[in-house]
Design a protein around this ligand. Structure first.
Ligand SMILES: [Zn+2]
Length: 495
């Protein structure tokens, strides 16, 4: 009997490159920027990067990014300064690899000189951020998020920018203490300020008209804040990741405006990276009677080393006074998603969810993790609850951020040992699916690679069954499984 490689051997054998590539190129999960998250609380760095001419800004209205639909790239990215580089503007003979600033990316340049209120907005936010001001997001002020640095670690060629600086002047990248060099990216949520929203749209539209010598309206040029999933799924991969980062942070910031512990307003500190409760109450002269109040009092008093007056448990924030953390960290909801197969990979279980009935899209099993569950246990539970199948072995193979609104999909392979019972399908437990079936892997391969289907087999799929779109982790898990089954059948991979 042929001994089949375990899933761990997949990594080191035939498909090592494939799986590595799948992991690296995951839609919404590309490593576009070096997040340098420790610099978010460095107010000197934040001030310097905020006003630097090379700094890029991506505008959002809540989670909806500003796009220009009639251009090849849709996400609109703007700069502070006027003379910043665009990939398609590099002169022949000049270095043409300055790293990612977009594939034919359109940059609206010169926020500082063309948007009259911009300088004041930056100054106000910079002071508020530095002082952790209670009014950080009051009165229609935009919310800023420092996203990270485009630097050499993610492919930026600093030398070509240096050459451009010498030839054409103007600072083309930020140099912080000689240690952090690159182009800073910020996301800006302008949803609280309708006038600013409108002005930003008109600024981009004017730049488009100038570039193409036209006189069109924003509607005609397709400049708007989009909420369409169609656009979110057609950004080129790196722009998709920039969109995803901004959208997920702004969803978190926008849905946590009040402290879960005491109900006081929260503010985004550390350049948008953390939420902070504005309740300043630590000790008062009020009496506290309950056991909880005594605990809160002890905690608050020891934390502040303040007077011996008893704090009022009703006014002291239990979140802020907790010894571990006084802020809310960015939220990611974990969900497990699995490709279910047998040890030989000759069978794949795919299921049809109720909302995909009309499209006949069969996909992987997925569900949210519960507190105090391992990924492996959650995957086995979801598989059993939805399909009735008992899975023997689970391995994590890849993950994907999914910004609708703030999920992390943990992609696993679940192996079922067929024994006459484990593999039996039963949809009656939680009644979430319309159908689930064990398909032959060869059939699923034809769905993944329709171009390989011969003329004689062109009617192989009379029901019109579909697989998920290529941007999804579900598609990649299915592809990985059919590729592996094919590879292991090659003589050289047999052990
Ligand atoms: Zn609080």
């Amino acid at each position: 009997m042929v001994r089949l490689p375990s899933p761990f051997r997949i990594m080191s054998q035939s498909l090592s490159t494939t799986i590595k590539d799948l992991q690296k190129d995951m839609y919404y999960g590309n490593e576009v920027l070096n997040r340098v998250s420790f610099l978010r609380e460095d107010t000197e760095f934040i001030s310097k990067s905020l006003f630097h001419p090379s700094t890029r800004f991506i505008f959002f209205n809540k989670q909806n990014p500003l796009v220009h639909k009639n251009f090849s790239n849709m996400l609109t990215i703007m700069t502070n300064g006027d003379n910043q580089i665009c990939v398609d503007q590099i002169e022949p003979g000049q270095p043409d690899n300055i790293g990612y600033i977009g594939n034919l990316q359109f940059l609206a340049r010169g926020l500082m000189s063309h948007l009259p209120e911009w300088k004041d907005i930056l100054h106000t936010w910079n002071e508020d951020n530095k002082n952790m001001d209670k009014g950080l997001r009051s009165g229609g002020k935009p919310t800023f998020l420092f996203m990270g640095l485009l630097d050499e670690s993610v492919g930026l060629d600093i030398n070509s920018l240096k050459v451009d600086c010498e030839l054409n002047g103007d600072e083309k990248y930020l140099d912080h203490q000689g240690r952090y060099q690159g182009i800073a990216y910020y996301a800006v949520d302008v949803s609280g300020n309708k006038e600013l929203c409108r002005n930003v749209v008109h600024f981009v539209n004017d730049t488009l008209n100038q570039k193409f010598d036209t006189d069109k309206t924003p509607e005609e040029n397709g400049v708007f804040f989009t909420h369409s999933r169609k656009h979110f799924l057609t950004f080129e991969p790196k722009e998709a990741s920039l969109f995803s980062q901004g959208a997920m942070f702004f969803h978190w910031l926008g849905t946590n405006k009040f402290c879960p512990g005491c109900g006081h307003p929260t503010i985004p500190i550390h350049a948008g990276g953390k939420l902070y409760c504005t309740n300043e109450e630590t000790v008062t002269s009020s009496r506290s009677n309950s056991h909880d109040a005594t605990i809160a009092a002890t905690s608050a008093t020891s934390a502040t080393n303040a007077s011996s007056e008893k704090p009022d448990a009703k006014s002291v924030c239990p979140v802020k006074s907790a010894p571990v953390s006084n802020v809310s960290f960015p939220r990611t909801d974990m969900a497990v998603i699995s490709i279910i197969t047998n040890r030989e990979r000759s069978k794949i279980l795919l299921s049809l969810g109720k909302r995909h009935f009309s499209s006949k899209m069969y996909s992987c099993t997925a569900g949210f993790m519960e507190p105090s569950e391992t990924v492996e246990v959650a995957t086995k539970r979801e598989i059993w609850e939805e399909t009735g199948v008992t899975c023997d072995e689970v391995n994590v193979v890849m993950t994907q951020p999914w910004p609708f609104p703030s999920n992390l999909m943990i992609g696993c392979i679940g192996i079922v040992d067929f024994n006459g019972s484990n593999e039996l399908i039963h949809l009656g437990h939680d009644n979430e699916l319309l159908d689930a079936r064990w398909f032959d892997t060869s059939f699923v391969r034809s769905l993944i690679y329709p171009e390989r289907v011969s003329e004689a087999d062109r009617d192989f799929n009379p029901e019109g069954i579909m697989v998920p779109m290529g941007q999804s982790i579900a598609y990649n898990l299915i592809k990985m499984c059919v590729d592996y089954e094919e590879d292991q059948n090659k003589e050289e991979y047999k052990l």
